[in-house]
Write a protein that binds this ligand. Structure first.
Ligand code: GAP
Length: 494
């Protein structure tokens, strides 16, 4: 599996396109196409339902992207949200100083009359033994000393472009939650522990974006700030530490529930020297992407850092009154912070399979049924027969009230199935001659249709009247084998 395969499928089948492609594209910006937007909405909906709507201790928020500039001073982003950056004095390219040796480097080797080689990442030249000191891209220029480069996008608010008008696009959604802590607490009369969730766009002027939608400059986050009373204990442990463990387990289980294979997920603890300036402990959920093991979600214990900082910079108290101890406390915060785009990429990569079916290659996206962008494809077996086509159109309209349903008659049935497999549609519904009969011969149809399961490619035949009920069971998670056991098996699979 490589990333190019996924990028090409995404473009070909309408999941993801390069932004502004007709103008040559805009680096690291991507547009979600008709199937991509459904898939992304499904990822976000599943996250929101499981983490907000199904939990009694969670509420939601949707804060604005532009915030008061002092927010970023208080949060530490203006001073600390930086990457060390070096420039090539010859080609002017810019690199992150700490990842210079992570890519192959260009070398003009003196031991071979200056021949040009591309040397593998981090390795010395095979001919002269030299290690990289010059620019890894052009192989000629000296690199400048590292300079700290702030990753926040700067802009101006209002008509005057001066220092007083400077504001920033948020680099994380989290701060919108912290600054609204008291609004949410008071309006919802909440008791600790409780959490506030938010899904929204964030922006970072990454020096080295790339790897498709893995690292981009504009992306969507799904973040939770879970507030706990630092004076509480759970099973003898400080409440923040116990809740941190619970969230790590919960979030790992969430990815597994929606189909990520356990062997492609792992946990990585941050070393003390890599912890963010606000964190007491951070554990990353990593996924085995085509580029290797990389962060999917970070789960940090941010302590009381943010609330204290905002209280200090805003002059407003951001505390919680602990009734039992009759004292005001500043809650600690556990923060499970996921990327919507990165999660979508993991779900796509994990779902991708190439199988051999009767000597032919079948590409199938085995999406979890809740994530699949199209839920049902209604397919007429013969488009020359008006009764078949009309019945199929009527069925599509009926099913579309509950599920994203498409109609397709632009190829033979085998080809139509393969097309739907490639975009991960869990079920096909086929209308055939038997369904409608033959009015010319005064033959009545049996008013039954075929349901085809994407994964097993098995088919069952069910009365049209029961179609919604049968599909309803399948979408609620009743396994195919059990549903199929109660229905007539149909001929053929493929
Ligand atoms: N509030 C904490 C925070 O923002 P982070 O580890 O910087 O922590 C959290 O980001 C998640 O957001 C990451 O695990 C990743 O899924 C996503 N993310 C961060 N930067 C990203 C980028 N440049 N492109 C795509 N996703 C990104």
């Amino acid at each position: 599996m490589n990333m190019e395969l996924i990028v090409s499928l995404c473009k070909r089948r309408g999941f993801i396109f390069q932004s502004s492609e007709i103008y040559g594209g805009l680096g690291s910006c991507w547009d979600y196409g008709p199937l991509g937007v459904e898939l992304k909405n499904n990822v976000k909906r599943a996250w929101w339902r499981d983490n907000v709507q199904l939990r009694p201790d969670m509420v939601g928020l949707d804060a604005s992207i532009l915030m008061h500039p002092r927010v970023w001073k208080a949060s530490g982003h203006l001073d600390h949200f930086t990457d060390p950056m070096v420039d090539c004095r010859a080609c002017q390219r810019r690199f992150r100083a700490d990842t210079l040796d992570d890519a192959p480097w260009v070398h003009y080797c003196p031991a071979t009359k200056g021949n040009k080689f591309e040397v593998p990442a981090g390795e010395p030249c095979l001919h002269c033994g030299a290690r990289r000191t010059l620019c890894p891209a052009c192989g000629k220029g000296e690199l400048t000393e590292p300079r700290q480069f702030n990753l926040m996008f700067k802009t101006f608010m209002g008509p005057v472009e001066d220092e007083a008008a400077v504001t920033y696009l948020r680099p994380e959604t989290a701060q919108g939650i912290f600054v609204n802590f008291d609004n949410v607490l008071q309006s919802m009369r909440l008791k600790l522990p409780f959490g506030v969730a938010q899904i929204g766009k964030s922006f970072r002027n990454e020096i080295t974006p790339g790897n498709f939608i893995f690292r981009t400059r504009e992306f969507e986050q799904m973040e939770i700030e879970y507030f706990v009373n630092p004076n509480d204990t759970i099973g003898g442990r400080p409440a923040d530490e116990a809740w941190h463990e619970r969230w790590i387990e919960d979030r790992l289980a969430w990815y597994r529930r929606y189909g990520l294979r356990p062997e492609n997920l792992r946990l990585r603890e941050h070393e003390k020297d890599e912890l963010a300036h606000y964190a007491k402990r951070t554990a990353d959920i990593e996924y085995h992407f085509p580029i290797g093991w990389s962060e999917l979600e970070g789960i940090a214990n941010r302590t009381d850092y943010d609330l204290k900082q905002h209280a200090e910079w805003s002059g407003k108290s951001l505390t919680y009154f602990d009734e039992e101890r009759k004292t005001h406390v500043v809650p600690y915060v556990i923060e499970p912070s996921a990327g919507a785009d990165r999660s979508l990429l993991a779900f796509l990569v994990d779902a991708y399979r190439e199988e051999e079916v009767r000597g032919e290659k079948r590409v199938v996206l085995r999406f979890h049924r809740e994530l699949a962008p199209i839920k049902i494809a209604v397919l007429p077996l013969l488009k020359k027969r008006p009764e078949i086509v009309e019945t199929a159109h009527a069925l599509r309209s009926r099913l579309a009230r509950r599920w994203v349903t498409v109609y397709d008659d632009t190829a033979a049935i085998g080809r139509l199935y393969r097309r739907q497999d490639e975009v991960g549609t869990p079920y096909g519904v086929t209308v055939d001659v038997q369904t409608v009969g033959d009015p010319a011969k005064a033959e009545a149809g049996d008013q039954k249709v075929t349901i085809r399961d994407r994964d097993s490619m098995e088919q069952i035949r069910v009365p049209i009247d029961t179609l919604e009920a049968v599909l309803g069971r399948l979408f609620e998670g009743d396994p195919w084998e059990r549903v199929a056991a109660g229905s007539a098996r149909a001929e053929g699979s493929g």
